[in-house]
Design a protein around this ligand. Sequence first.
Ligand code: ADP
Ligand code: GLC
Length: 470
Amino acid sequence: MNVLMIASEATPFAKTGGLADVIGGLPAALAARGEQVAVVIPDYRENFYPNPPAIAYRNLWIPIGPGFMTDLYQTTERGVTFYFVHCPPLFDRAGIYSSAGVAHPDNHLRFAVLSMAGLAVARYLFTPNIIHSHDWQAALAPVYLRDHFNADPTFIGVKTLLTIHNLGYQGIFPPEALSEIGLAPKLFNPDQLEFFGKLNLLKGGIAFSDAISTVSKGYAREIQTPEYGFGLEGLLRKRAPIYGVVNGVDYQEWSPEDDPFIARKYSVNDLSGKRLCKKALLTEYGFSTDLNRPLIGIVSRFASQKGFDLIAQIAPRLLEENISLAVLGSGDSDYEAMFRQLASAHPDKVGIRLGFDNPLGHRIEAGADMFLMPSRYEPCGLSQIYSLRYGTVPVVRATGGLDDTIDEDTGFKFRDYSGSALLEAVRSAIKVYRRKDDWTAMMQRGMRKDFSWSTAAAEYVALYQRLLAG
Ligand code: ADP
Ligand code: GLC
């Protein structure tokens, strides 16, 4: 099977969140099963290339907006061909989606060009059976395919799958953007791309794809309800079944046995290195090196999705507990300010590092005793699955993928979206932490869980096959 993926980020090239981890890991797992896989992402200014990419196609004209001349570059990583859309006016600038907290105003053009370039790869470089697009940034691919190229022989029998990684981001633009991205006014209707008078790119993808999936079974159910559907629950119910495939983990990158970023490597059978990792993290955050005090880690985008307002609600009571909190994140300035304030009022209990810092993310996974994700909603969540492997017990809100991946044997869950429910979960965790043998057993149960990509890859292959047969 030939699978062409289109997405806006992928490790190791460009990353702002879990989407990049998925587009780095899933194609490699599909390739390891013998599938042919190609991935198309933008050539952003900040892309990191382990090996310099080679030119694959010169002077590809994309007739979107004023028209854009692009070049396609390519490289191979773990058996997967990655194509990079090189278009300096759109991608050679600071910030992948935004700069200084403001979304780039031409994002509709930038990602329309990405989707079109993806279809050009299909026409000229890699003939797919399946076009698998991810999130709103690639949601126009199935729209253009069916609206512009349906008669093109390249696409005869080709099936499209759209995976929603986060319904909170839909790519909503003013109605005028419709003609700028080359779509006809007839598509601007409530069953297709119109959404309360605006243009909604994700909605277009949901309407035009052959199938829709998301990144856990729990989230697949939730997004068909008004509470989690962000206004698209009606269309999603109409397009049901919405498939749910829990993300895998790239254990080459996320394993304490083999992590180049941590103070001392360790494993499920020899946990001694974890104490050293904790000590190093306490020192790095300027906390006293009391190894008996539970250390809670947070590594996250700061966005309302992630639920940190619950911490603000209960901060005084939480900080009465004998704990410390090592935080790494960036995003909403409200959250940044809240953590900064807590850190300056309680320097021995709360430490905050602002920014995106992958090595520090690894050191927190390894050094913390507990990992906190009080998300308001969470499509899958990867950090809690990494935590399991590092013996860092997750404390999570029971929603979406957090509920699906963590159970009572491996972590602590709370259901109500409230500060008091969060506090109770943290207190339960602290109680078990005091019982060393029970705590170690819990860590080890988590460490033995296997969320390898091969499981998810097999589920995607079954889904692709079902689409091609249907
Ligand atoms: P989301 O995709 O919603 O941000 P996930 O849990 O799926 O949430 O994935 C988050 C990924 O991004 C993880 O790999 C996590 O380590 C990483 N990450 C998030 N924020 C930061 C940060 N400030 N610095 C380094 N890594 C981060
Ligand atoms: C999104 C979601 C996160 C998920 C990730 C990868 O960013 O917020 O829950 O793990 O995509 O699918």
